[in-house]
Design a protein around this ligand. Structure first.
Ligand code: ARG
Ligand code: ZN
Length: 880
């Protein structure tokens, strides 16, 4: 039941205009659809049947040009409706009944807290009405929503409201028109008892746009930041990409039950409340920044996704990769750019590298799938964004922008492919991007081995790079990729970047400046730099210029040198990470061999220097002081030893805390502020730095630190500080303080679901051994529900990231996750298929754990499975 890219055919019929009427009822909503249909010009064969997708619909009637169809004139099955003979051009009328309250999958039309809402991407529209539900069918929409005037005072859909009125029996209606042709996945409807916050934006050509954020009444005070972020995004897209908004209004709605972060429906973005609501007292700095990024992401989709959309779902990264790249750059521009890059890359190297190395690895453009919902992955989104970023490196900003302009102009109103985007970039720059296209086709993380040699006599520096991409499921032989390596050579005497003069065999020299991009295209390639005046340490892959693993035999002295002298903020941070990883390697080995652990003094010295030398960028400093996560350390090990990694990392944390106690305390005090909360980069950096310092001190339960933590919690200045303090107490062994604090917090915030999500997470991410029992206990908490994806993520998802406890040797962690997957498989297959991920990574662990994890996967496989979970389990067990 797989779908293959190579089988693509244009649809036999297209829809030019779609008229919908919804008569809303919680369990029996009626949907009438009138589709204006015509034969597709590229498939102009007579007598092709009309194929309409439809799932979980009860057909009431179907007619062509006003003539009801006889039962023998169409076939209905669980996938949809086929009408055998249709004219070349006609009107199709259907009526169906659907049951929003029975919809726990949260795809199509469903109810959340009494509010009706929709999620149609990728294939949810077929749960609303019979339709050629594929992105290459684009129509204008006119939607009438009818509902009870009392309980559903607000009725929203895409575009502009054109008519409204009262109806008998206390009902009312609103008709919406969306003049921009769109695929059905961008359709949206919202109805409920909502209130709004309004603002305005004047576009660059002088048009007034009404901006609205719709929320439940108690959340009206949590919209300010999202609104400010929206206005910033609209301005940024005009200034940076020349893109202007194209409707008279732009609406955002916050919904509690939502599978993903948010959805870019035309003119009516629907958001998970967790991705839009903020308030200093309820949301952390990280949430403020995440909201800003997601608001921008969805807004940017209006061009990269909506005006120009995907021909088919294999092209998903066309819109997602580009849009993630756009939102990352936006966030970098309005916050600290190096920190944004550090955050994105450390997440990427932990999570996407793991995906690319596991059984569910797939290319940025997959060539087949069973369930497309399973492909909203880190590879499609984040690696896709890295690939676009590489294009930007290869072309430079000016050509990249010209390529982007050409793409939007040439393909406006069309559904296109990834090669159409890349072809625009090739056309404006004259670059040959054929080899580059392999990035879209080959899965797996390329590995680069680098060796450098300096010749004192000639002043030549030879840099030898070799690349190889490991085999991934279904792809054994990989070809060399076109990889942009941004680099510098840092003089060991001067501590400065040396001028890069790249010289080829014929003696031709190209001056790249002090920071340049070299193009690696061959499996092995040597780059010669001439007139290198002093012995350098190479700084390679600056800013993480390509999504690869780069190995270079750096000594600890080299790394300490780069840590202080690299002009690239990202690589300075990365040098610190590499230095720490070397120390951790020794400690992990010591732990396994039962040898006493000894702290590397060079690491202590490096941290002392960071803490005492005045730093102008506090945000970067906070990142530098943050140890690599257990998950990232695990990524570096051939076989993951969960306990050794935890013990080694704790040892480093505590050693640093003992030896640099006064320095950490000073940082804590220097970064306390009485200013009123604002989510500014400066304040965020100070809070981060302060809380990082406190976390070190709390790792050894320093008496003074315990007092400071308790004070910070009691002061309750903002959720960032409160959550940091509560987490530190809850994760310490001071249960005398932790338990009352958790209890008080839980009572204080019981009315706020988003704060309670944090309360669940804090408890199940503790290192203490009682966590699994706590998860089982909390699953019965009255505020927990498996039907709410945010709760599932906050409790179960967070627990599965708690490495020492999830990977317990008695297998109880795996069993708990499998139980949840089995239950969610029935309720919400998309979430079930996502939450199962940690179990699919069994190959990375020791034999005992492998066997336990596989046994749970087998137990899941024995169930009657949704296509979503079936596909994940089959891939996970493929070479077991
Ligand atoms: N297009 C949305 C976004 O990236 C995500 C929607 C995904 N939907 C889904 N059912 N997986 O903003
Ligand atoms: Zn997106």
């Amino acid at each position: 039941q797989a779908t293959y890219l190579k089988d693509y055919l244009p649809p036999a019929y297209r829809v030019t205009h779609t008229e919908l009427t919804f008569d809303l009822d919680p369990s029996a909503t009626r949907v009438k659809a009138r589709l204006h249909v015509e034969r597709h010009p590229e498939r102009d064969e007579a007598d092709l049947p009309l194929e309409l997708f439809g799932e979980a619909l009860t057909l009431v009637s179907v007619a062509i040009d006003g003539q009801p169809l006889e039962p023998h004139e169409f076939q209905e099955d669980e996938k949809g409706l086929t009408i055998t003979r249709v004219p070349a051009r006609f009107q199709l009328d259907t009526e169906v009944e659907i049951d929003p309250d029975a919809n726990t999958a949260l795809e199509g039309l469903y109810r959340s807290n009494g509010m009706f809402c929709t999620q149609c991407e990728p294939e949810g529209f077929r749960r609303i009405t019979f339709y050629p539900d594929r992105p290459d069918v684009m129509a204008t929409f006119s939607t009438t929503v009818i509902g009870d005037a009392k309980t559903l005072p607000v009725l929203l859909s895409n575009g502009n409201p054109v008519e409204k009125g009262e109806l008998p029996n206390g009902r009312h209606f609103v008709t919406w028109e969306d003049p921009h042709p769109k695929p059905a996945y961008l359709f949206a409807l919202v109805a409920g008892s909502l209130e709004k916050v309004e603002d305005h934006f004047t576009t660059m050509s002088g048009r007034e746009v009404l901006l609205q954020i719709w929320v439940e009444p108690e959340n009206l005070d949590k919209t300010e930041h999202a609104m400010a972020s929206l206005k910033r995004s609209m301005k940024w897209d005009e200034e940076t990409y020349g893109r202007e908004y194209d409707l008279d209004r732009f609406m955002i709605v916050a919904v509690n039950d939502f599978n993903m972060g948010a959805m870019e429906n035309k003119g009516l973005n629907i958001f998970n409340s967790a991705a839009v609501l903020t308030h200093p007292q309820t949301a952390t700095d990280a949430t403020f920044q995440r909201v800003e990024g997601i608001v921008a992401h969805e807004y940017f989709h209006n061009w990269s996704g909506n005006r120009v959309t995907c021909r088919d779902w294999f092209q998903l990264s066309l819109k997602e990769g580009f849009t993630v790249f756009r939102d990352q750059t936006f966030s970098a521009d309005v916050n600290s750019a190096p920190v944004k890059r550090i955050e994105d890359v450390s997440f990427f190297r932990t999570a996407q590298f793991a995906e690319d190395a596991g059984p569910t690895a797939h290319p940025v453009r997959p060539d087949h799938y069973i369930e497309i919902s399973n492909f909203y992955t880190l590879t499609i989104y984040e690696k896709g964004a890295e690939v676009v970023r590489m294009l930007r490196h290869l072309l430079g900003w000016d050509d990249f922008r010209r390529g982007s302009d050409l793409y939007f102009e040439r393909f406006d109103g069309q559904a296109v492919r990834i090669e159409d985007f890349v072809a625009c970039m090739a056309e404006v720059s004259g670059l040959d991007l054929n080899q580059f296209m392999r990035w879209y086709a080959q899965a797996g993380t390329p590995e680069i081995d680098a060796h450098g040699e300096y010749d004192y006599a000639t002043g030549h520096y030879h840099l030898r790079l070799s690349q190889r991409t490991p085999a991934t499921p279904g792809q054994f032989d990989k070809l060399p990729l076109h990889i942009p390596v941004r680099m510098g050579l840092v003089g060991t005497k001067s501590g400065h970047d040396l001028t890069l003069k790249l010289t080829d065999e014929s003696g031709e020299t190209q001056t790249l400046g002090k920071d340049g991009v070299i193009h690696l295209r061959e499996a092995e390639q040597t780059f010669v730099f001439t007139d290198v005046e002093e012995a350098p340490v190479p700084s390679l892959l600056r800013g993480f210029s390509a999504p690869v693993k780069l190995r270079y035999p750096y000594s600890r002295e080299d790394l300490a040198f780069l840590l202080t002298h690299d002009s690239d903020g990202f690589n300075r941070w990365d040098a610190g990470q590499r230095l720490t990883l070397l120390a951790l390697d020794d400690l992990i080995a010591a732990h396994r061999n039962g040898v006493e652990k000894v702290m590397d003094v060079r690491l202590v010295d490096a941290y002392r220097a960071l803490l005492t030398e005045a730093s102008d960028d506090k945000a970067v400093l906070a990142e530098m002081l943050t140890l690599p996560s257990e998950a990232y350390i695990a990524e570096q090990q051939p076989v993951v030893d969960v306990d050794a990694i935890h013990a080694a990392r704790e040892f480093v944390r505590q050693s640093l805390a003992w030896q640099l106690r006064d320095e950490f305390l000073a940082v804590y005090h220097d970064n306390r502020s009485d200013e009123a909360y604002a989510p500014t980069p400066e304040q965020i950096a100070e809070r981060r730095l302060k809380n990082v310092a406190l976390a070190y001190l709390m790792s050894v339960e320093d008496e003074e630190a315990v007092t400071l933590t308790q004070q910070q919690l009691d002061q309750g200045a903002n959720m960032t500080d409160v959550r940091a303090a509560l987490t530190l107490l809850a994760h310490s062994d001071r249960s005398d303080l932790a338990e009352p604090a958790l209890k008080a917090f839980g009572e204080k915030w019981a009315h706020d679901p988003l704060v309670m999500d944090q309360w669940f997470t804090i408890q199940v991410t503790r290192p203490q051994a009682d966590v699994l029992e706590r998860v089982r206990f909390l699953m019965n908490h009255p505020l927990f529900s498996l039907k709410n994806p945010n709760k599932v993520r906050a409790l179960i998802g967070a627990f599965a990231q708690n490495r020492v406890n999830f990977h317990r040797l008695d297998g109880e962690g795996y069993k708990l996750l499998a139980d949840v997957v089995i239950e969610l498989n029935r309720l919400n297959p998309e979430i079930a298929a996502r939450i199962i991920t940690p179990l699919t990574r069994w190959q990375r662990f020791d034999e005992t754990r492998q066997a336990l994890m596989k046994a749970e996967l087998e137990r899941i496989r024995a169930e009657k499975l949704s296509p979503n979970v079936y596909e994940m389990v089959e891939r996970a067990l493929a070479d077991a």
